[in-house]
Ligand binder design. Structure first.
Ligand code: LLP
Length: 469
């Protein structure tokens, strides 16, 4: 075995490049006797033949199991300390009507953060009382719609929003429950753009401003204060950031309790997942247990009752459930600095269906999906078909050396922030999303067609004749 010097140090040379590491793949993904990847009884080649590529393939039972596991873990750990928990699914990770149903059937609430996400959840038939509405710049129309729809709680993100939500609630003769989002100042160990509770950013209000803001909320008859909220960031692996944020928030929570009841405390989401076999994600039961322990001991120390704890995981519910299925096209061996060869494998999608490597330097892994192979593992870089050299899907992994045009490639852990961040760059249509369960695959979001892409271009004759309707 010769090690390619271009391989990053975290990437181990595999004995067998066909293996699907269970931490990175969904629960029902495996290889068939013939070697191809099968998910919940459906083969990758059948999925590609029926639905085309690129394609997001969701293991439905895996999403449902992760949602139930999160709810059960938090219920159990907070019941143990004499309280209760609410788990919101953060819809920004990936929201469609089906996903909204799966997570609500598992007993989760849903967090939405725009009028569009709210519209999807409502159209899916989710009880509005089970929705939390977020956003640092909610429009007046969005606030009005959320209030009139009967959204369970609005998370106030700025001082001006207190008056805006109160006015809307008064207009609709409602008492609107609200949380107050705080910038706790805790630095999460994650990519800078994914950390949301540093001082120098746009979300929430400072701990110092919170007492006056809560006093104002309490003055307003159309608002009911449910509690404080903090989200420290995303793709976090260590529990210490959550523990620190919880203890800072509880100190303030205890101080504010002197002037009125505060039934809940929301600690946000951000639980990390494994994208490659080098990542070690904490099980949700461990996170729930650590949070229950710190909340219980801090409340005892402060002499206050344990509030109901809310959390908002998105990535950890849907991320590991999905793989992206691509067809390999051109393959080039590129000599780098005259010494080592990097094999570029181009696929039929790219940064339009997965912007995360370009945006955050995120790492992914890749496997040959339509067959197994005994060929020696070769270091590859999987790239897309966009006109941009940063159009990378998998920066570095090993594929069997006989990978060839027409092979299917699967990139796991693409369930969160891939479809939801997808674009039409270079006029590529966004891929379809297919759910697979018990040997059956069904479309949950259809592929965008060329007609979809042209339909909004008001300069086309068809549109002009329709009066650019
Ligand atoms: N709650 C709030 C207030 C949030 O802002 C977020 C994520 C979540 C919950 C859910 O976080 P999760 O459990 O999914 O990590 N596009 C980035 C992630 C942005 C996260 C934004 N907020 C990415 O692809 O990594």
């Amino acid at each position: 075995m010769t090690v390619n010097p271009l391989a990053p140090s975290w990437l181990a040379h595999p004995e067998d490049a066909n293996v699907l590491p269970p931490a990175v793949w969904s629960q029902n993904a495996s290889r068939s006797a013939s070697g191809e990847i099968v998910v919940a009884g459906v083969a990758a080649t059948d999925l590609a033949a029926e639905f085309g590529t690129p394609l997001y393939v969701v293991d439905e039972a895996d999403v449902r199991a992760r949602a139930s596991d999160a709810r059960e873990s938090f219920d159990r750990e907070f019941a143990r300390i004499g309280s209760a928990a609410k788990v919101y699914y953060a819809g920004k990770a990936f929201l469609s009507a089906e996903v909204a149903r799966w997570v609500t059937e598992a007993g989760l609430f849903i967090d939405v953060c725009s009028g569009g996400e709210l519209a999807v959840a409502l159209a899916a038939g989710v009880d509005p009382a089970r929705l939390g509405f977020h956003g640092n710049n909610k429009s007046l129309a969005e606030i009005d719609r959320a209030v009139s729809a009967g959204v369970g709680v609005i998370i106030i993100d700025s001082l001006v929003e207190i008056e805006r939500v109160a006015d809307a609630a008064a207009r609709h003769s409602r008492v609107q429950q609200v949380r107050l989002r705080l910038n706790s100042g805790v630095h999460a160990h994650t990519h800078e753009y994914l950390a949301t509770a540093r001082e120098d950013q746009k979300f929430g209000i400072t701990l110092a401003d919170a007492p006056a803001a809560v006093a104002r909320i309490r003055e307003l008859g159309s608002l009911r204060f449910l509690g404080l909220h903090s989200h420290i960031g995303s793709q976090i692996f260590e529990a210490d950031g959550f523990v620190e944020a919880a203890s800072r928030l509880l100190a303030l929570h205890a101080e504010l309790l002197r002037d009125g009841p505060i039934p809940e405390l929301n600690l946000g989401g951000g639980f990390g997942i494994a994208y490659t076999s080098a990542d070690r994600a904490l099980p949700v039961s461990t996170i729930a247990a650590s949070l229950a322990e710190i909340v219980s001991s801090e409340c005892a120390r402060l002499g206050v009752p344990v509030p109901v704890i809310a959390v908002e995981p998105g990535r950890s519910i849907v991320g590991p459930s999905t793989f992206s299925l691509y067809e390999a096209g051109t393959i080039k061996d590129v000599l780098v600095e005259g010494t080592a060869v990097r094999r570029y494998v181009s696929v039929d999608g790219g940064m339009s269906d997965n912007i995360r490597p370009a945006l955050y330097g995120a790492d992914y892994s890749v496997r040959l999906a339509n067959r197994g192979s005994d060929a020696d593992p070769t270091l590859v870089r999987v790239v897309g078909k966009h006109c941009e050299s940063g159009d990378i899907v998998v920066l570095a992994d090993y594929l069997p050396g006989d990978v060839r045009p027409g092979d299917l490639l699967a990139v796991p852990a693409t369930g969160a922030y891939c479809w939801s961040l997808a674009s039409n760059y270079n006029y590529l249509g966004r891929p379809a999303v297919v759910a697979v369960l018990d040997g059956r695959a069904r479309l949950i979001v259809r592929r965008e067609t060329e007609a979809d892409l042209l339909s909004r271009d008001a300069g086309l004759p068809d549109h002009q004749s329709q009066g650019a309707a």
